[in-house]
Write a protein that binds this ligand. Sequence first.
Ligand SMILES: Nc1ncnc2c1ncn2[C@@H]1O[C@H](COP(=O)(O)OP(=O)(O)O)[C@@H](O)[C@H]1O
Ligand SMILES: [Mg+2]
Length: 228
Amino acid sequence: MTKKSSYFVTGTDTGVGKTLVTAALLHAFAKTGLRVTGMKPIAAGAELIDGELWNEDVAMLAAASNTNLPRALTTTYLLREPAAPHIAAQLEHVSLDMQQLLDCYQQIVQQSDSVIVEGVGGFCVPINDDVDTADLAVHLGLDVVMVVGLRLGCINHALLTAEAIKARGLNLVGWVANQIDVNMSHQQANLQALEQRLSAPLIGVVPWMAAVSAQVAADKIDISRIKK
Ligand SMILES: Nc1ncnc2c1ncn2[C@@H]1O[C@H](COP(=O)(O)OP(=O)(O)O)[C@@H](O)[C@H]1O
Ligand SMILES: [Mg+2]
């Protein structure tokens, strides 16, 4: 099932820049001439605008994709409540089904050269009683890119996430440091500590941006450094 230039993007937590980095990777691969599609398999937190559900992650990934596939494919489950996915799904009496997610991915793969799948929250977020987002990455058969949101506590979160990725038999093929906290002290020392301890390559440092831009972030990421 694995596709060349396709990755699962996880992060040290929710709100660390997964969506930004996923969009940046889409731009970076699009520049190499590929048909790129961002997939946000489950999104929780949507507003009804003009009769259509709208979610920020879904919109940002659609804007960075160049294939224009139906939203129902790229986001299999778009849930109203901004909560953990299994909770948001319960509220709507929806059951989140792994096979359904895999079927959508397969259809996307057929129409794309590169699929970048954004995880939901951190790496071990439950999807239902039986599986979590780590299982989703396993079922998709994708190598993993980890986004580290640079803030106090990120070293521990990054190392735990890297361990969990390995424990599931997946390959961490690169990580991105994202400067989400403009006031974080000792950023360089944190980066250095992570570089020393993570065996995967650091593929980019995305600076804090007053006006967030996936294009600018793309220029800070070197996709050629992703481990083959
Ligand atoms: N480098 C950055 N500079 C400034 N703001 C950022 C940066 N990275 C992320 N953000 C902001 O932080 C929030 C969370 O980022 P997002 O990519 O949505 O994270 P996640 O997908 O992990 O939840 C968003 O409002 C985003 O615009
Ligand atoms: Mg996101």
